[in-house]
Design a protein around this ligand. Structure first.
Ligand SMILES: [Zn+2]
Length: 532
């Protein structure tokens, strides 16, 4: 059965359940020193979620954790955060949870960045346990491991050096002390351990000693990572593929787990990166594209679909500023039609994969029949021609004509439509390339006129005369087509001329719909005017 799984996570579950655990914890980790971006979402949330969901669907006891590593220090000020250069010193080096918030209304630096994620994460239909590292240290959950690591620091350094090929001195102590004088943890160094207290020195000049337990120190991140596996009993974890290089942090962590802590290693899976052109992808730069920004232009289901329809080892590379975003929407819409038997895939295997990705992507369980489906690209056009808030009835009227709606939308469908049109409009405003922009041009210039088909221009008055009494998009469309045929004008040229006259573009939605959406009166006036 193993080789024929439709979904990659099935195979992972086959493997990890060999561990015969009572509970399978799938975990991700993120440091709230800057913004959470969609590149973090793949290794830290959606890959563990895929495994978690497969485990629970197969009846195993599982949970998904997202560790917020808020005990880590701020290493630099992200762009776009209003901290003056001369004030950076007041923040850099302090643990995120202990530093003040860069914006009013939040308890700490960590709380601000965490809330940017946790305010929206519920909309993505997950089942996450969000855990603060700082709280765990404060509550003493790491105490035993801190003592153990200090007692075994020589062995830790030996294994680390052996695997990473590094030459860390054997005097190294794997804890990071928060300095009692300056409050920073980035610049302190633990120098000795007497079994009860750690002596440390800080760049600020302070020398002191402290009981390392209950939040006074944090384990060095390499050891903290391993200790988190033990504290949270982690069975599965994924990470960016950069951690998986030979002698890298995964190799070191696994060796420490086996050779020093003598515990079973969780199943670890490398994930490829998400490349999003047109948006920056590092938590420390400004203007980046996070989950909130995603929801402005697309549904959470599309986000889920993106991750469920690719294997973790394939790079996801798309742009918000070209048609790859539209293509992603179209893939989802097609998967939906295939799921409900209204479309077919190239072969059975692809069909099974798309059905699986769709069923995982939808947040509520899929119903018996296909939900109202308006292609995103069509919503992009309609949202520019009509205002969804004020012209909603006109829009539904047109959708009935196009066959997208068979009756008045239910309250739920209305909500869905308004969300869709709102997102499409945001995409047009923020990211869409010029070719997707659509509006009635106030004036037709020489440029448009010279691109028109001359014969087509000549028959425009005749077109106007015949369509002025029609109110059906389909009839208008057919009539234009027939007039073109009757005058030996290739229909493509005819429609191009109409588009140029109304929108200045060579392509567009069906002309009948375009005319009704833009307002018949002004369209007909325009076409009449242009009739040569
Ligand atoms: Zn200090």
């Amino acid at each position: 059965m193993a080789e024929e799984h439709v979904f990659w996570a099935e195979k992972v579950v086959d493997e990890i359940t060999k561990q015969k655990r009572k509970e399978y914890v799938c975990e991700g980790m993120w440091t709230p020193s800057g913004y959470f971006h969609i590149g973090n979402a793949r290794p830290e949330i959606f890959t563990p979620y895929s495994v978690y969901k497969t485990l629970t669907d197969r009846g195993f006891n599982a949970r998904q954790n997202l560790i917020i590593d808020d005990f880590d220090p701020i290493d630099k000020i992200p762009k776009g955060i209003p901290v003056k250069k001369e004030d950076e010193n007041k923040f850099v080096g302090i643990p995120c949870r202990l530093a003040p918030s860069p914006f009013e209304g939040f308890d700490s630096w960590a709380d601000y960045f965490r809330s940017q994620l946790t305010d929206v994460i519920d909309q993505f239909g997950l089942d996450l346990n969000i855990i603060s590292s700082y709280n765990c240290y404060k509550e003493g959950k790491f105490n035993d491991l801190i003592t153990f690591s200090l007692d075994h620091s020589k062995e830790i350094v030996e294994v680390w050096n052996k695997i990473a090929g590094s030459d860390k001195p054997t005097s190294f102590l794997p804890v990071v002390v928060t300095c009692e004088q300056c409050g920073k943890s980035l610049f302190s160094k633990a120098v000795s351990w007497d079994g009860k207290k750690v002596s440390y020195e800080c760049k600020c000049g302070f020398k002191g000693e402290t009981n390392p337990l209950n939040g006074a120190t944090k384990l060095h991140w390499r050891v903290h990572w391993v200790a988190s596996w033990i504290v949270n009993n982690v069975a599965f974890e994924s990470g960016g593929k950069d951690h998986f290089s030979k002698g890298g942090s995964v190799d070191v962590g696994q060796a420490l787990m086996k050779e020093v802590f003598k515990k079973p290693v969780p199943y670890q899976l490398p994930t490829e990166f998400v490349q999003l052109k047109g948006a920056k992808m590092s938590g420390s730069v400004g203007n980046l594209f996070g989950l909130k920004e995603w929801l402005e232009v697309a549904s959470p289901e599309l986000f889920r679909f993106m991750f469920f329809s690719y294997k973790p080892n394939s790079a996801i590379d798309f742009s918000l500023q070209d048609n790859s975003f539209i293509l992603l929407n179209e893939r989802f819409e097609r998967a939906e039609r295939i799921y409900f038997g209204e479309d077919k895939a190239e072969n059975e295997r692809i069909e099974a994969k798309l059905k699986n990705a769709y069923s995982l992507a939808v947040i509520a369980k899929p119903g018996k029949k296909i939900p109202l489906q308006i292609p995103y690209s069509f919503a992009v056009q309609l949202s520019q021609l009509l205002n969804p808030k004020t012209d909603f009835e006109k829009i539904t009227g047109l959708l009935k004509q196009t066959g997208h709606l068979t009756q008045n939308p239910s309250a739920e469908e209305k909500k869905k439509l308004l969300e869709l049109f709102g997102r499409a409009a945001s995409w047009v405003e923020k990211y869409a390339p010029e070719k997707y922009k659509l509006s009635f041009i106030e004036k037709v210039s020489e440029k448009e006129i010279s691109a028109m088909d001359e014969t087509a221009r000549k028959v425009l008055p005749g077109v106007v005369e015949k369509i002025s009494s029609l109110d059906s998009a389909k009839e208008i469309q057919t009539l234009i087509y027939e007039i073109a045929k009757a005058n030996n004008i290739p229909p493509k040229q005819m429609f191009k001329t109409v588009y140029l006259a109304l929108t200045g573009k060579e392509f567009g939605p069906r002309a009948g719909l375009l005319i009704l959406a833009l307002g018949k009166k002004r369209c007909l006036n325009r076409l009449k005017e242009l009739g040569a």
